[in-house]
Design a protein around this ligand. Structure first.
Ligand code: TRP
Length: 331
């Protein structure tokens, strides 16, 4: 069975965009592949060397992924820093990662531009750590978005370079992978592009948002002053609301409001009320599970421990072989 690895950033709560995009993918994949999903807390140190709430952020991400449907009996879900073998492999890979290629990484250049006062070696070697995350389990499939393509290419480079250097076909090549053809794109509520937590307050609906908060955010979503001719093309902000509705509401509901729009009878207040209620219904089971799991410290401890054990079993096997291949021997 092919192995899948994906790292989840340990900053911020999950929103509907994450849920209907990446997480639905993970949930499907866990039934078909040998999946390793981990929370990338080491990576967070590259931009936040002294993160406030490191543990709470990691915990919240773990809770929300479990609540959303990742099954710790099927997939291996773990915290990156619980698997020290990853850091060791990162060290070895660093010896054969060159300054020039690391400096050319677009995500590195972006981060340097955003934070010129904190250009640390960890930031520069972020792709090396990511490569270690992936190849430590000999993964071939990595479910990530387009923005991670270059990192995947670097992971292949580092794996192949290791193989060539030690004359050993050891690491397979990992490739970005998306289940099905097109990922569902979930728009935000600001009338512009996709849902994201960095696009401003109120643009994203979080899985942990209470019904009151969901209603408030949806009622404030950007709209226009209404259609002026029959069957006109919807402007982006209105299309966005319909796109959200397509995800959480029934087909009949979508058709109903579409019809009202096309006959210029639509009242955005009613549409938003319906959208908010359908979002609340769609997310209710996850919200309930978030609360249950958050209050079950014992369960969280068990999940994290099981995940770390399974991940370390795979990682330590690789490390034993890697040390052997490099040439470290015990006396
Ligand atoms: N760089 C990824 C992101 O920003 C997170 C990540 C770290 C990752 N290590 C990984 C993703 C390994 C896939 C595999 O989203």
């Amino acid at each position: 069975m092919e192995t899948v690895v994906s790292g989840i950033r340990s900053t911020g709560n999950l929103h509907l965009g994450n849920y209907y995009g990446a997480i639905q993918n993970f949930i499907k994949m866990q039934h078909e592949y040998n999946c390793y999903f981990f929370i990338a807390d080491l990576h967070s140190l590259t931009t936040h060397p002294t993160p406030a709430n490191l543990h709470n952020n990691v915990k919240q991400v773990l809770i929300e992924y479990l609540a959303a449907g990742i099954d710790p009996e099927k997939a291996t879900i773990y915290v990156q820093s619980d698997v020290p073998e990853i850091s060791e492999l990162y060290l070895y890979l660093n010896m054969n990662a060159y300054l020039g290629e690391l400096e050319r990484s677009t995500s590195f250049k972006d981060k340097v531009r955003a934070n010129p006062e904190n250009v640390n070696a960890g930031l520069l070697t972020y792709p090396v750590l990511m490569a270690a995350d992936i190849i430590i389990h000999k993964a071939t499939k990595v479910p990530v978005g387009k923005d991670q393509e270059q990192h995947l290419e670097m992971a292949r480079t580092f794996g192949n370079r290791f193989n060539r250097l030690y004359n050993h076909e050891y690491f397979p090549e990992p490739y970005a992978f998306s289940y099905g053809e097109s990922l569902v794109k979930i728009p935000g509520l600001d009338g512009k592009g996709k849902m994201g937590k960095s696009e401003g307050e109120g643009n994203a609906i979080f899985l942990a948002d209470s019904p009151e908060v969901i209603r408030k955010k949806v009622m404030r979503a950007v709209t226009d002053s209404g259609p002026t001719t029959e069957n006109q093309t919807k402007p982006q902000e209105i299309q966005n609301l319909f796109d959200l509705m397509k995800v959480v509401s029934s087909e009949d509901t979508v058709a109903h409001f579409d019809n009202l729009y096309n006959t210029m009878q639509v009242r955005y207040g009613d549409l938003k009320k319906q959208l908010a209620e359908d979002m609340i219904i769609a997310t209710a089971p996850i919200r309930d599970r978030i609360n249950d799991i958050a209050n079950d410290a014992e369960y969280l401890r068990k999940v994290a421990k099981l995940g770390a054990e399974k991940a370390r079993e795979s990682a330590s096997k690789t490390l034993r072989e890697v040390r052997e291949i490099i040439g470290f021997r015990s006396f």
